[in-house]
Design a protein around this ligand. Sequence first.
Ligand code: NAD
Ligand code: MG
Length: 390
Amino acid sequence: MRRISIFGSTGSIGQNTIDLIARAPQDYDVVALTGGHNIAQLAADAKLVNADIAVTAFDNHLDELRAALAGTDIKVAAGQAAISEAAARPADWVMSAIVGAAGLAPGLAALEQGATLALANKESLVCAGALVLETAARHGGRLLPVDSEHSAVFQALTGEDIQSVERVIITASGGAFRDWPIEALKSATLAEASSHPNWDMGQRITIDSASMFNKALELIETKEYFGVTPEQIEVIVHPESLVHALVGYDDGGIMAHLGPPDMRHAIGYALHWPERRKLPVARLDLAQIANLTFKAPDDARYPALRLARAVMQRGGLSGAIFNAAKERSLDAFIAGQIGFLDMATIVESVLERFEAQPGLIDAAITLDNVTQTDHLAREWADLEMKIRAG
Ligand code: NAD
Ligand code: MG
C-alpha cells in the first residue's frame, strides 16, 4: 500500500486526485488531507478515504472540522503550521495542490521527509525553484510535474537527452478573452473572467488564464523545472487545448503530447509514474476533431508574458515578487477594487519598485527570504493600488 497525502484536497486538482484514489482504495493508505473553508467536503473526503488526519488552513474552522469528524478516529488540526506538520508525516507520494505561495512550505516539508512530490502548485517553482529542486535532491525526494503542459513536456522528454532539446513549446488556450477586442478588456467583469472555454479549474487559475498570468507562471515553471534557457521556451495559443506541449530537438523533430482537457490524465500519470495505467479520461477521436489550430500570442493583449520573460532574465527572488504581486492584484480584482488590466500594471510597478533595491531581489533563495519578500511585494502592491485610487 502506498502512503499518500493530498494538500489542497478540497480544490479542483485535489478533487480530481481523490476521484482517482477512491477508484482503487485498496492501493492507498491515505495519511493527510488538507483544505480551507469547505469543511463539509474535507470531512466527507477524510471519511471516504479513511485519512489519518484532516487539516484546515484556517483556525476558526477547527471546531467545525472536529464536530464533522466526531466519532471517527481521524485526527484534526488547523492553521498553516499544522499543514506543514502534516506534510512532514511520512508518505510515499504527496499531491501539492494548494493554490498560491501558501503551497511552498508544505511542499518543502514533504520533500524533506523524502516523499515524491506531485507538483500542481506551480507557485512553488516560480517563487523558489532553486530551493525546491535542491531540497528534493538533498533528501532523495522526487518532483513530478502535474501542470498539464509540464506533464506533457516531461512525457515528451522520456528517453531523450535534455542536451539535444532545442525548444520547449507550451500551449495556451488563450482564456476567456482570447477573441475579445483589446479595448473591451478594460471593463471585463469578474464573472466574465471566471469562465474558461475548455478547462474546469479553480477560480483563481481560471482568471489567471484569461489574463495569461497562468501562462506567465508556467513559463517560469518550465525554466525552473527543466533547466532550459528562457530563449528556448515558447508559448503558442492553441484554442482547442488538446496539444498540451511540444519539445523540439536538434534534428528538427518535434514530440507533441496530446490528450483531452482533463487533469486526471496529468494527475494519474504522476500517481502511477513510471508506469502507465488505465485512466478514466476520454479518448481523442482525431477524425472528429479534424483541425488543430495555433496562433502566436499577442503581447499587447497579454502583458503578463512580457513580464514573465523579464522575471526569467532577472532571476533571484523576482519570481517570488512577481507571484506575490500577482496574487494580491488578483485578490483586488476578485474583490472588485481594480479592473482586469490593472493587474498587470500593478505587478509591473511592484517589480520596478524592487528593481530600485536590487539587494532585495538578489538575497539568497531561502524559505525565510521568500516569505519576507512575498509579504513586502503584497504591501507594495497595496501601496500601488492606493496611489492609483488617488
Ligand atoms: P482551487 O482553488 O480549486 O483549490 C485550492 C486548494 O487550496 C483548496 O483545497 C483550498 O482550500 C486550498 N487553499 C487555498 N488557500 C489556502 C491557504 N492559504 N493555505 C492552505 N490551503 C489553501 O485551486 P486548483 O484549481 O485546484 O489549483 C491548485 C493548484 O494547482 C494551483 O497552484 C494551480 O495553479 C494548479 N493547477 C491547477 C489546475 C486545474 O486544473 N485546476 C491545472 C494546473 C495547475
Ligand atoms: Mg497548465
